[in-house]
Design a protein around this ligand. Structure first.
Ligand code: PMP
Length: 334
C-alpha cells in the first residue's frame, strides 16, 4: 500500500473526519493481514513500550487462541483478564472492569474492536464508555484487534465506534486491521497496523521504527490484495457496493441467529435459555454446550464446531439450519 492507500485504510477504521489523521498523528503500515498486524503491534510494544514492571499483555479470557503465541513470540507474556461469564453466556462486565482497575498503571491491554472471537459477546456502548474511563484513569494502553469490521452490525462505521471513542478520548492505542473477512480476501493477506501517537513528531518516529521492523521481516508487503482494497476505498461506486455487500452478509448471519433461536425455543422447545444466540454478535456464537456435547455433535452428526462449543454462524444456511437445530436439541437432551 502506498501512503494514500494506507491513509484510506486508516480512515476506514478511525473515520474519514478523524482529527488524529488530520493532525498527522497516525502511523500506518501494511501488514500480512490481521495476524501480521497483531505481530507487528506486539513486536513494536516489545521493543519500545515502557512496561510498568513485567512485560505482559492482558488478553480476554477467552480470546482468539493465536494471541498467546503472537505475544510469546516477541517476549511478552500473555495473561488473561475475565471477559466471559459461562453462567449468563454473556459479558463478565464487573469482573472485567474490576480487573482492569487493579492492574498496574500503563498496562497493555488487548481489546477486540467488535464481534469478539470466539464468544460473539461485545460490550454495549455504555460499557465501552466505562472501560474507557478505567483506561484513562490508569493510563492503560489499548491494543485494538479489529478482524471483523462490518460483521457485527453490518455497518462499517458502527463497528468502529469503540475504537473511535477511545481515540476521541485520547487513550494511547494502536489498531490491527484485517481485510480477510470483510473484503473476502483471506488468501491475499491484506491488513494494516495503525498506531495513534500523541503528536505528529511522535508519529513520524513510530512510522520510522515500524518501517525498519517490517522491512527486516517481509521487505515489502504483497501487492495484489492491497490494490483491490485500494480500488474499492477510492471509488465511490465500488465503496457503496462493498458496503451493501457487507450489509447483506451481516444481515444473513443475523437472520440465521433469529431462525436458530426460533427453532430451538418455539418449535423444538430445547431445554435451557437460548437468548444468547440472538444477543451475541458477528460470525461466531458460543452455544454454551460442554466439550462432551460438542464432540457428540461432531461424532454423531458430522457437525463441526470447536470443543469450547463455538459455532460459525456463517456456516449455517436455510438448507442446514434445521439439521443443526435438531441435532443440537438431541445432544442437549441426551
Ligand atoms: N484477530 C482475531 C480476533 C481473529 O479472529 C483473526 C482471524 N481468525 C485474526 C486476528 C487474524 O486475521 P487474519 O486472517 O486477517 O490474519
Amino acid at each position: 500500500m502506498g501512503a494514500s492507500r494506507r491513509q484510506e485504510a486508516a480512515k476506514l477504521i478511525l473515520g474519514a473526519d478523524s482529527p488524529a489523521i488530520a493532525e498527522g498523528r497516525v502511523s500506518s503500515v501494511q501488514t500480512i493481514s490481521g495476524t501480521g498486524a497483531n505481530h507487528l503491534g506486539a513486536l513494536f510494544l516489545s521493543r519500545f513500550y515502557h512496561f510498568n514492571g513485567e512485560k505482559k499483555a492482558h488478553i480476554s479470557d477467552p480470546t482468539w487462541i493465536n494471541h498467546f503465541a503472537i505475544f510469546r513470540n516477541v517476549g511478552i507474556e500473555a495473561v488473561t483478564y475475565p471477559y466471559y461469564d459461562p453462567q449468563t453466556i454473556g459479558l463478565a462486565f464487573h469482573p472485567l472492569l474490576d480487573t482492569l482497575d487493579t492492574l498496574p498503571d500503563r498496562s497493555a491491554i488487548l481489546l477486540h474492536a467488535c464481534a469478539h472471537n470466539p464468544t460473539g459477546v461485545d460490550p454495549t456502548r455504555e460499557q465501552w464508555g466505562q472501560i474507557c474511563d478505567v483506561f484513562l484513569k490508569k493510563g492503560h494502553y489499548a491494543f485494538f484487534d479489529c478482524a471483523y469490521q462490518g460483521f457485527a452490525s453490518g455497518d462499517l462505521d458502527n463497528d468502529a465506534w469503540a475504537v473511535r471513542e477511545f481515540v476521541r478520548r485520547n487513550v494511547p492505542l494502536l489498531v490491527c486491521q484485517s481485510f480477510a473477512k470483510n473484503a473476502g480476501l483471506y488468501g491475499e493477506r491484506v491488513g494494516a497496523l495503525h498506531v495513534v501517537a500523541p503528536s505528529k513528531e511522535a508519529a513520524d518516529r513510530v512510522k520510522s521504527q515500524l518501517s525498519v521492523l517490517a522491512r527486516s521481516e517481509i521487505s515489502n508487503p504483497p501487492a495484489h490484495g492491497a490494490r483491490i482494497v485500494s480500488l474499492i476505498l477510492n471509488n465511490l461506486d465500488l465503496f457503496e457496493e462493498w458496503k451493501r455487500d457487507i450489509k447483506t452478509m451481516a444481515g444473513r448471519i443475523i437472520q440465521m441467529r433469529d431462525e436458530l433461536h426460533k427453532l430451538l425455543t418455539e418449535e423444538l422447545k430445547t431445554p435451557g435459555n437460548w437468548d444468547h444466540i440472538v444477543n451475541q454478535i458477528g460470525m461466531f456464537s458460543f452455544t454454551g454446550i460442554s466439550p462432551e456435547k460438542s464432540q457428540a455433535l461432531t461424532e454423531k452428526a458430522h457437525i463441526y464446531l470447536t470443543q469450547n462449543g463455538r459455532i460459525s454462524m456463517a456456516g449455517l444456511n436455510s438448507h442446514n439450519i434445521r439439521y443443526f437445530a435438531e441435532n443440537l436439541d438431541k445432544v442437549v437432551r441426551g
